[in-house]
Design a protein around this ligand. Structure first.
Ligand code: FE2
Length: 216
């Protein structure tokens, strides 16, 4: 079940902000992406640059993000697109030294987007941290692209109240598990997870959101 009203107008996951990660390289690329997004009816983009706890520090990340937002927001306004600052937070077993992860939340959604390690054993060691974000920080944890992880880890996350974010390509694949989640699991919405190829990503998003409407 798709939970977010107007999900077809909201890209929940993007690497739009230049210079933050291996997403857009400059403002020109970001503007082209905003153009593509506008063309397919997107009205809100969550800016979810990668945050790696073993490489980044929360205050520095926030400072860099603010600087980039100040540059990109006027362009987004031109295209009638609202930007929600956030991050794609990689969960790791030890996140104690990188700062307060809750500051990386998508505040307007009272939620935080996380990705899990690919190895099942390592992912299991992260579940305490995920649980803490839900309970201590009272944030809705969104699991990015759950189709990439071991199913048992995703099931554990769902069992304590996480919701899912599907990438457009997963929706379009119509693989059994993706369809099962859209029918039976709390899917907050869809993301492009675009890094650089905005044209392809947003045309996929448009097709995926059309397909997903029957599950909303
Ligand atoms: Fe991503």
């Amino acid at each position: 079940m798709i939970l977010l009203p107007g999900f077809a107008e909201i890209d929940l996951h993007s690497h739009l902000l230049p210079g933050m990660d291996h997403g857009c390289v400059d403002l020109k690329m970001a503007e082209q992406a905003l153009q593509q997004a506008h063309a397919v009816g997107i009205r809100t983009i969550c800016c979810t640059s990668h945050f790696y706890p073993d490489q980044h520090h929360v205050p520095d990340f926030l400072e860099a993000r603010t600087q980039q937002l100040q540059l990109v927001e006027p362009i987004a306004n031109k295209y009638g697109i609202h930007l929600i600052p956030g991050a794609e937070v990689q969960m790791q077993p030890d996140v104690s030294s990188c700062g307060d992860l809750s500051l990386l939340a998508l505040n307007e959604l009272e939620a935080i987007l996380i990705e899990l390690p690919f190895l099942r054993e390592v992912s299991h060691k992260c579940l305490d941290n995920v649980f803490r974000l839900m309970t201590k920080n009272r944030l809705q944890v969104i699991i990015a692209h759950p189709d990439r992880y071991d199913l048992s880890v995703v099931e554990d996350c769902l069992s304590f109240g996480c919701v899912l974010q599907l990438n457009a390509e997963a929706v379009l694949s119509e693989k059994k598990q993706a369809v099962r989640w859209m029918k039976n699991a709390p899917v907050l919405g869809i993301g492009t997870d675009f890094h650089r190829d905005a044209e392809l990503s947003y045309s996929s998003f448009a097709k995926a959101s059309k397909l997903a409407k029957k599950y909303s």
